[in-house]
Write a protein that binds this ligand. Structure first.
Ligand SMILES: Nc1nc2c(c(=O)[nH]1)N[C@H]1C(S)=C(S)[C@@H](COP(=O)(O)O)O[C@H]1N2
Ligand SMILES: [Mo]
Length: 368
């Protein structure tokens, strides 16, 4: 039951994160409240982590059933077996790849987001098949007026509840209660070990949240300037920001950007990998920059960075965000000029967005 809850939360928050990063026409994601994505993605990672011990416990308790014979009794029975197989396989895959992703470890050759997303549908699909197959059984149990075991003599433990009492004790003698308690403790430990990546109060007790609170200028660095290959181009004095509108292109030097009115905003970076952290950013608000180039707040913008390769080199900033007074072309972080690892000379910082879309080392903005 708990697994159904954590899995559902994980599925929908994951779907949401996918839609924000690959928005279809009809999709709309608000820029307020500023912490919205931080919360939904935090819930995604925490519910995923909580699912791991719950899934292991579930697999453990249904394990004896896998050896039930005959292998196939009827069509629904075959479907049920198949759905359980696909379900356990895909759930296991999702949770283990997700966990490795949180640990920022990519030992596989495929592009994580697409595969993680596709297999999520497989998992939720097989859950639905599983429920559909089980529905007649559940309905029968619910509509039956007499107890499932009408004769007390056939039921030696009158205090036991119907469901749990029917599951046999495991050969190692671990009692059901002890088993449940172990599962709960494991789940709690797993959650606390990761929640600190996004919940500041838990930071010091979370073994897995090694990234938060560390890093240059008090903020973790995801992709470094060296990894992005921008150490030369970002420091080049001839760097200019090109702002392309239908009316023409405006170029800004760093000094020209500094001469524009500056605004200070506190905004979190919420990395899709699970860590999130608030920081104080200073720069030009996007609405005022748009007005300065003769455009208007609320247009969609394509953001290009100095990076030559990499999937997050070019991103789209939707109108909802270009019209928000808290969206910055940031030049400073926590009271200092942006470190090159945090996006010097300038970067996008917008409220309620996945970290992957907070583009660093910006070189061009284009009205779409
Ligand atoms: N150009 C560019 N910007 C980028 C990235 C990138 O790979 N390339 N990574 C993003 C990711 S995944 C995150 S979480 C944030 C982290 O910002 P920080 O390194 O300043 O903390 O930057 C984002 N900006
Ligand atoms: Mo990220």
């Amino acid at each position: 039951m708990m697994l159904a809850v954590t899995f559902t939360v994980c599925f929908f928050t994951g779907l949401l994160s996918h839609l924000i990063q690959h928005p279809p026409e009809w999709f709309f994601w608000p820029s307020r409240p500023i912490w919205l994505y931080r919360v939904t993605q935090g819930a995604h990672v925490i519910s995923g982590i909580a699912s791991i011990p719950l899934l292991l416990a579930k697999l453990w308790s249904v394990f004896p059933k896998l050896f039930g014979r005959p292998v196939v009794r009827s069509l629904p029975h075959a479907l049920e077996r198949l759905s359980i197989l696909v379900l356990s396989g895909s759930a296991f895959f999702e949770l283990s790849t997700g966990l490795l992703n949180v640990a920022q470890n990519y030992p596989w050759g495929f592009y994580f987001p697409q595969v993680h997303y596709a297999v999520a549908w497989l998992a939720i699909g097989s859950i639905l098949v599983h429920i559909a197959v089980k529905l007649p059984v559940v309905r029968r149990a619910l509509t039956r007026e007499t107890p499932i075991h009408p004769e007390p003599t056939a039921h030696p433990e009158p205090t036991a509840s119907p469901g749990p009492a029917t599951s046999p004790a495991h050969p190692d003698g671990l009692s059901r209660r002890g088993f449940l308690r172990t599962t709960w403790i494991a789940t709690g430990v797993a959650v606390i070990a990761t929640a600190g990546a996004t919940v500041p109060l838990l930071r010091n007790v979370s073994g897995l949240s090694w990234r938060t609170g560390k890093g240059t200028q008090g903020l973790p660095v995801n992709r470094t300037a060296v990894a992005a290959g921008v150490t030369q181009t970002a420091r080049d004095p001839s760097w200019r920001l090109s702002f392309v509108t239908p009316a023409g292109t405006t170029k800004f030097s760093l000094d020209e950007l500094r001469a524009l009115p500056q605004t200070t905003v506190e905004l979190p970076i919420a990395c899709v990998e699970g860590w999130s952290q608030s920081a104080v950013w200073r720069g030009i608000t996007m609405p005022s920059l748009l007005r300065a180039v003769g455009s208007r707040p609320g247009v969609d913008l394509r953001v290009s960075s100095l990076e030559k390769a990499g999937i997050y080199r070019v991103t789209t900033l939707p109108g909802e965000h270009t019209g928000d007074e808290d969206t910055l072309l940031a030049l400073e972080l926590n009271g200092e000029v942006l470190d090159i690892d945090h996006g010097f000379p300038c970067r996008i910082m917008a409220p309620s967005r996945p970290g992957v879309l907070q583009t660093k080392w910006v070189s061009m903005l284009e009205v779409l």
